[in-house]
Design a protein around this ligand. Structure first.
Ligand code: ZN
Length: 125
C-alpha cells in the first residue's frame, strides 16, 4: 500500500496516498488533478528533489524510461523538465509519487515555455 507523509508539521504521520484528508489531523489534500483536461498533454517540472535523491530518481525513471544518468541529472539540476508529453492522469500519478518520495513537482500546460527550467540536452542521433 502506497502512503504519503502528512505535511502538517505537528502531524507528519503517514496515510494512504489516495486519501484526500489526513485521518490523523484532518488536513485536506485537494485532488490535484481538478482542472486538468484528460484529453490534453502536460509538462511536468521537478521543483524539489527531496531528501532522498535516489527515491526521486527511481520515480522519474519509472515514468519516463530515462537512464540512470539522465534521471540523476534532472534531480541534480532542479527546477528541471521531467517531460512535456504526459497525459493528465500520468502527470498526476508522477507528481503524487514524487511527493511521496519527499520531493515536489509542478504540472504545467505542454505549450508553456521552459524558460528558467533545466532541460536535458537532446541526444545526438
Ligand atoms: Zn496529518
Amino acid at each position: 500500500m502506497k502512503t504519503k507523509r502528512c505535511t502538517n508539521s505537528s502531524c507528519r504521520r503517514e496515510f494512504k496516498l489516495e486519501t484526500l484528508v489526513c485521518p490523523h489531523c484532518g488536513k485536506q489534500y485537494p485532488r490535484a488533478n481538478a482542472g486538468l483536461d484528460k484529453n490534453k498533454h502536460y509538462a511536468e517540472i521537478l521543483t524539489y528533489c527531496g531528501p532522498s535523491k535516489l527515491s526521486t530518481i527511481k520515480v522519474i525513471r519509472k515514468h519516463t524510461g530515462l537512464g540512470l544518468k539522465d534521471a540523476k541529472t534532472l534531480v541534480d539540476y532542479t527546477p528541471s523538465l521531467i517531460g512535456k508529453r504526459f497525459r493528465a492522469s500520468q502527470a498526476e500519478a508522477l507528481k503524487a509519487e514524487i511527493r511521496a518520495a519527499g520531493g515536489d513537482a509542478m504540472i504545467v500546460p505542454a505549450s508553456r515555455g521552459t524558460k528558467g527550467v533545466f532541460v536535458l540536452p537532446k541526444k545526438a542521433g
